[in-house]
Design a protein around this ligand. Sequence first.
Ligand code: CP
Length: 313
Amino acid sequence: MKHFLHVDDIDSTASWLSLAAECKKEPFKFEKKGKGKVLGLLFFNNSLRTRLSTQRAAYHLGMHCMTMNIGNEGWALEFEDGTIMDQGKAEHIREAARVISQYCDVLGVRAFASLKDREKDEAEQVLHGFKKYATIPILNLESATGHPLQALADLITITEYQQTTRPKVVLSWAPHPRALPQAVPNSFAGIMKNNPQFDFSITHPKGYELNPEIVRDIPVFHDQNEALKDADFVYVKNWSASRPYGAVLSDDPHWMITREKLGKAYFMHCLPVRRNVIVEDAVLDSSNSLVIEQANNRTFAAQVALMKILESL
Ligand code: CP
């Protein structure tokens, strides 16, 4: 049984990319792979792309899909062991995960970081709770520390648009009024690190350091203009600070991506994006923007991950 929890679960980039291209060319080519199988999708947080693209991917594979906004439709779940459950939590993950495993063959889970309790977020309490107690494979639909399906879609998009063998790819922080998790930049940096054919670097204001275990020897710039020079792809995302955990330390509008800063590079963002906060209209409305294609590739990233899981059943 194979889970898809992390970008490191992509065992061969070349074969996953080749399969994604095959699925994109002929989406229903493998529609018998999932016949008679049920995909369950549990959302503790909002979604547009992840929910619809994963449902679409399941449809391409002939799977039946059941989706639940468990965060506001289900019983509040307890994840701690030994708790006296006399407060708001009505059901324990130990029962919930095993019950769901009887209804589904594969289970997707979305559960964002709380940004309040670093220890629980880094331990991936929700995702790993389902992995521990479910008896079926788990698909990460964005967890506290990672969004591997997004990173795979981003990698597919870059390989489709790259014009040189070693394109320069820059991950840039941009301002946002609310505290956002580090899941997307973590997974994007992780997939870039696993694919050293890209000339990859990161730029952010001081204080927004990502997990050093992920960044390791990836070049980091605090001068955005210096980082963006001669870039081929600029991947833009806001994230909150590590110290204090979940803090918004800066909303400096000078970090917003403009046409002038982007130059000839392609613009990438996972969406949803706040116009004229993260990026100006002129970039999103230009032919340099790949955001719609990235969102399209979410379907094929999910389709490949589901196929790999189905093969392991
Ligand atoms: N990029 C992404 O995961 O989009 P949603 O939050 O809408 O699913």
